[in-house]
Ligand binder design. Structure first.
Ligand code: NAD
Length: 495
């Protein structure tokens, strides 16, 4: 069995004193053991990263940009290998795994523009002989703590911009699918990132707490569930660190009576059941405006969902793979078990699907007549379960969404431009789609939710990430004229 160690200073590091088991969700078999870092391991990696960071910061910007062009090429060339590693530990189908890599490549492409992104500002002649300019300097060592559901994309969201701005990175990937992080480490170094500038430590709460408490870490980027994100934000901020902690989601999709119901049903099936619903932007609530809309769209979703092929992610015929763990699969199933007693109507019951495997499979579920009090609505289920809430009009739909504590993504399906435009202004959610069910911004924009979906001030990747991973400095310059007296005890004035 494979033993996965940490990657520190360009080499494998650490003894496996404490460890976790890694499974193939499609077979249910353990495939690897991953080391869990102790506080002493974390102290070591912080020291190594800090020692390597200075030279990386000083590398000329044009030369540094070259690293990102090479990384882009390496990611393209290694897409099949990375996708295979993702599917083997996460379970998602290979095409979906390749899709997340292509989104991560967008972040590397954005970072390759670092010469432009790191430009400062300059004002000449603010007073006689006085000029002012700004510098953007790296934070130093940055910790990136990532979830299981995008083992390539989320580390690339963070590391591309953190490295481009001259920081050293310590990535703590999910212990459930740690292999992809090891491939990324090798590729960053092959692209030209010096040893020690991109490191990987594996582990659980012990490793994360040591990162949050380390005085050598200047900033923390976290993506994961809301309860953990909230705790990460409090602890890192209390320790004086810059922190962005992206949390969970409950993403609603409104279907207006005038929508193209066939494309709305296609979109709902793709966005609810793709990657087995284990996406932070997955649509988990469909808000149907009017009973006629609800009846029609539920029938269309049911028809499409019943024809889905569920199986191992390595099978090219599979459209949906297993869930990440047995425990998670059973927890998702429990929401379906509890839905009827709370008054909901289970239209499709994923528990009835049969699989010829010990993998963590579950069929897709569709639950109609859900109300905001039911657990299938209140909780982030993170599985292939779509809840349908029926409302009377647009205002009720918007009020429902705005009352939810999660506010990551949302979408509206309509043919009416005025309704769509009004929605973009009324809705209190970070990412909005108009006839787009998964409005994940391209790499040139930043990604992030509102309310309990993000703790901190800064969204992730794109322009906001350049701000997040740098500190600015303002320099005021004067070359005095030796013929003029410089003696003046008053407060410096530019007038
Ligand atoms: P998780 O919160 O369980 O774990 C995320 C990271 O935190 C992992 O590296 C894990 O090892 C670590 N961790 C877990 N428990 C911890 C603890 N008690 N103390 C410190 N660290 C801890 O999340 P997950 O199950 O890996 O991922 C799924 C969640 O991530 C979902 O809630 C999903 O919505 C969310 N997510 C959000 C976004 C976003 O952009 N908002 C993107 C992807 C995933």
């Amino acid at each position: 069995m494979n033993n996965i160690q940490h990657h520190v200073g360009g080499v494998p590091y650490g003894e496996i004193a404490r460890s976790g088991a890694v499974f193939n969700p499609a077979t249910g078999e353990q495939t690897a053991t991953v080391a869990f870092a102790s506080a002493a391991d974390v102290a070591h990696v912080v020291k190594v990263a800090a020692a390597a960071q200075g030279a990386w910061q000083k590398m000329g910007l044009v030369k540094r940009a070259g690293v990102f062009f090479r990384m882009r090429q390496l990611l393209i060339e290694h897409t099949d290998q990375i996708a295979a590693a993702i599917t083997a530990e996460h379970g998602k189908v290979l095409s979906d795994a390749a899709g997340e890599i292509s989104r991560g490549i967008e972040n590397v492409e954005f970072a390759a523009g670092l010469v432009n992104l790191l430009k400062g500002e300059y004002s000449t002649g603010v007073a006689t002989g006085v000029d002012v300019h700004t510098l953007k300097q790296p934070i130093g060592v940055v910790a990136c703590i990532t979830p299981f559901n995008f083992p390539a994309m989320v580390p690339l969201w963070m590391s591309a911009s953190a490295l481009a701005t001259g920081n050293a990175v310590i990535l703590k990937p999910s212990e459930k699918d740690p292999t992809t992080a090891m491939i990324l480490a090798r590729l960053w170094e092959e692209a030209g990132v010096p040893p020690g500038v991109f490191n990987v430590v594996h582990g659980d709460k012990e490793a994360v707490d040591a990162l949050l408490d380390s005085p050598g870490i200047g900033a923390v980027s976290f993506v994961g569930s809301t309860p953990i994100a909230r705790g990460i934000y409090s602890r890192a901020a209390a320790n004086g660190k810059r922190v962005q902690a992206l949390g969970g989601a409950k993403n609603h999709m409104i279907v207006m009576p005038d929508a193209d119901l066939d494309s709305a049903a296609d979109a709902a099936v793709n966005a609810a059941y793709g990657s087995a619903g284990e996406r932070c932007m997955a649509i988990s609530v469909l808000v149907a405006v009017g009973d006629a809309t609800a009846d029609a769209v539920v029938a269309k979703i049911r028809e499409r969902a019943e024809s889905l092929t569920i199986g191992a992610g390595t099978d090219p015929d599979s459209q949906m793979g297993p869930l990440i763990t047995r425990e998670h699969r059973d927890k998702v199933a429990s929401y379906i078990a509890n839905a009827p007693s709370q008054g909901a109507e289970v239209v499709l019951d994923g528990r009835s699907a049969e699989f010829d495997s010990d993998g963590f499979f579950l069929g897709v579920s569709l639950v109609d007549r859900v109300t905001p009090q039911m657990s299938v609505y209140t909780d982030e289920i993170f599985g292939p379960v779509l809840a349908v809430v029926r409302v009377d009009d647009y205002d009720q739909a918007v009020d429902l969404i705005n009352a939810n504590s999660f506010a990551n993504g949302t979408a509206i399906f309509t043919r009416d431009g005025a309704t769509a435009r009004r929605f973009t202004e009324d809705i209190e959610v970070g990412m909005v789609g108009i006839n787009v069910p998964l409005p994940v911004p391209i790499g040139a924009y930043s990604f992030g939710g509102w309310k309990d979906s993000l703790f901190g001030d800064s969204h992730i990747y794109g322009p906001e990430s350049i701000h997040f991973y740098t500190r600015s400095k303002v320099v005021t310059t004067r070359w005095p004229d030796p013929s003029e007296s410089q003696l003046d005890l008053g407060f410096p004035s530019n007038h």
